[in-house]
Design a protein around this ligand. Structure first.
Ligand code: ZN
Length: 461
C-alpha cells in the first residue's frame, strides 16, 4: 500500500506500507505494479491512537443498552420514556446519574419499569440498580447473596448491588456473548489502533472472548489486558498481559498493609499494578503504598481525578504513570460544579501540573463510562470546558500536540515518548482529512479519514 502526499511531521511525503511496517518514506515514491495507492491530499498522517484505559466487554454491552443518563437523558420523564421505548426481556440501562431522578432502588425503579426485569448501571460503573422483577429473577430475596448486595433492616434486597459485575454475569447465566465487532469498528473509525482493557475482574472466560475477537479480526486493535493477579497469560500472541488492576473504593478502603502486600505480590509475578483512585483518600493511600512497596516502571494510577498540589508531589515521587480522562470535564463537569467543593475544582483531571511535576501522563477513555472517542479527550484536555460552557482548571490546559500525545504512547509505556510515523515503525496509522495545523484548531474524530493496523486498512471513511 502506498499513501501519497501525506503530511508526515510537517512535510509532504509518500509513505509505503509493507509487511505490517512503514517500509519507505520519501518526497516521491513510484507506485509498484499491483500496489494499492491512496492520495492523502495533504492530510496529516499520525500514529494510530492508543486508548490506555477501556472496558471492551462493557462497551460492547453498552452499545446494545438503553442510555439512562446525561446528555441523552436528563430528567425522570426522559428516563421513563427511554426505558418504555426499549425492547428486550431483561432491560439493561447504562450511564445513570442521580441528577436524572435521584438515588434509585427497587421501589423507585418499579415505578419506572413495573412489567419486566430491569437493571440500570450507575455512570461510575460501581453500582447496579435492579427492579423487583430483576431481583426475583436473580433470587436475591430467596437466598442468593453476595457481599455488595445492599439489604434493608428487614433483610430485603434494596436492588442496589455494589461492584458485582462478574457475580451478576454469572447469575444471569449464559447470555449471548457481547459482540465486539461493533466496538472494533467504532474504535477504528476514531483512528484507534491499540487499547488496554483495564477491567479488574477479567477472568479466563472474559479473556477467551477477547482472544476470539482478536483472532477473528472482529477487534482489529492491538490489545493489552489487565485483570487480577490470577489472570492466566493470554494464549494469543497478539495480546499482552498488562498490570494487575487494583480497585480502591472510598467507601471501603483496604488496609495499608493489605494494599502493600497486593503490590508486592504483583511485582513478584513480573507485573506492575494499575490502581484505580478517584477520590483524595484513595490517591493518598495508593501513592503511599506504592512508595512503601517499592517502584516498578509499569505501575500506574488510573484516573487520579482529584489531585491538589501536595498530592501531585506525592505521586511524582512514586514514579508511577497517571492515566487520565480529561473528557470527564466536558461530560460531567456541570455535575462537578454542583457536587465538588469549590476549593477542589481546579485540581480535577489535571494536565499541565502532572507534566510540570515530571509525572508520565497518558490518556484513556474509560469507555463505556466515558465516550470511546479519544478525540473528545484531546479536545477537552485543550479546552477544559463543560457542556454548559464553564471552564474547569484553566491553568491545566494542554497544547493540542501534547493532548494528542496522551494517546500516542505505546501500550507497554503509555506515558512514554509518543510513537512516530518513521521508517521501520509498525504501520499503525491514522490519516486525517486535513493538515495538522487545521485539525489542531478543533480536534475531532470527524477528521479521521482512514486507519491502518499493522499495514491493514481497518477503516476507510
Ligand atoms: Zn475504568
Amino acid at each position: 500500500m502506498l499513501i501519497r502526499r501525506a503530511e508526515v511531521e510537517g512535510q509532504l511525503r509518500d509513505v509505503r506500507l509493507a509487511d505490517g511496517r512503514i517500509a519507505a518514506i520519501a518526497e516521491r515514491l513510484a507506485t509498484r505494479e499491483g500496489e494499492a495507492a491512496i492520495d492523502a491530499e495533504g492530510g496529516a498522517l499520525l500514529p494510530g491512537l492508543h486508548d490506555h484505559h477501556v472496558h471492551l466487554l462493557s462497551l460492547a454491552a453498552a452499545l446494545g443498552s438503553v442510555a439512562c443518563g446525561p446528555p441523552a437523558v436528563s430528567d425522570r420523564s426522559a428516563l421513563a420514556a427511554s426505558l418504555r421505548a426499549a425492547r428486550g426481556d431483561f432491560l439493561r440501562g447504562v450511564g445513570y446519574h442521580e441528577s436524572v431522578a435521584g438515588p434509585l432502588d427497587r421501589v423507585s425503579l418499579d415505578g419506572l419499569v413495573p412489567d419486566r426485569p430491569a437493571r440500570l448501571q450507575h455512570r461510575s460503573g460501581a453500582l447496579w440498580m435492579l427492579n423487583s422483577r430483576a431481583i426475583d429473577r436473580l433470587g436475591l430475596d430467596r437466598g442468593a447473596d453476595a457481599p455488595g448486595v445492599e439489604r434493608d433492616p428487614a433483610g430485603r434486597a434494596t436492588g442496589r448491588l455494589f461492584r458485582l459485575d462478574a457475580w451478576l454475569r454469572d447469575r444471569l447465566g449464559p447470555s449471548v456473548p457481547p459482540d465486539l465487532a461493533p466496538v472494533g469498528r467504532l474504535l477504528a473509525r476514531c483512528g484507534v489502533t491499540g487499547v488496554t482493557d483495564a477491567t479488574a475482574d477479567t477472568d479466563a472466560s472474559a479473556l477467551a472472548l477477547l482472544e476470539a475477537a482478536v483472532a477473528s479480526g472482529a477487534l482489529p486493535q492491538r490489545l493489552a489486558v489487565m485483570g487480577g493477579a490470577a489472570l492466566p497469560a493470554p494464549a494469543h500472541p497478539g495480546i499482552a498481559r498488562a498490570q494487575v488492576k487494583l480497585v480502591l473504593d472510598d467507601a471501603a478502603l483496604p488496609g495499608f498493609e493489605a494494599l502493600c502486600a497486593a503490590i508486592v505480590d504483583a511485582h513478584a509475578r513480573g507485573r506492575g499494578v494499575a490502581i484505580h483512585c478517584v477520590g483524595r483518600a484513595e490517591l493518598v493511600l495508593a501513592a503511599r503504598a506504592l512508595a512503601e512497596a517499592g517502584p516498578d516502571a509499569d505501575d500506574r494510577l488510573e484516573h487520579a481525578s482529584l489531585a491538589p498540589p501536595e498530592l501531585v508531589a506525592l505521586v511524582a515521587a512514586t514514579g508511577a504513570t497517571v492515566v487520565t480522562q480529561p473528557h470527564f470535564l466536558e461530560e460531567r463537569g456541570d455535575d462537578y460544579l454542583r457536587e465538588v467543593e469549590a476549593r477542589d475544582l481546579p485540581w480535577l483531571y489535571r494536565g499541565r501540573a502532572w507534566i510540570e511535576a515530571g509525572v508520565r501522563l497518558a490518556g484513556g477513555s474509560d469507555a463505556p463510562f466515558g465516550s470511546p472517542d479519544p478525540w473528545r479527550a484531546v479536545r477537552a484536555a485543550v479546552r477544559r470546558r463543560t457542556r454548559a460552557g464553564a471552564t474547569l482548571g484553566e491553568d491545566e490546559r494542554l497544547a493540542p500536540e501534547r493532548a494528542l500525545a496522551l494517546f500516542l504512547g505505546p501500550l507497554g509505556d503509555p506515558g512514554g515518548p509518543p510513537r512516530r510515523v518513521a521508517l521501520g515503525a509498525p504501520a499503525d496509522l491514522c490519516l486525517l482529512d486535513r493538515p495538522w495545523r487545521s485539525a489542531r484548531e478543533a480536534p475531532s474524530s470527524a477528521h479521521v479519514r482512514a486507519t491502518w493496523r499493522a499495514g491493514r486498512l481497518v477503516h476507510d471513511g
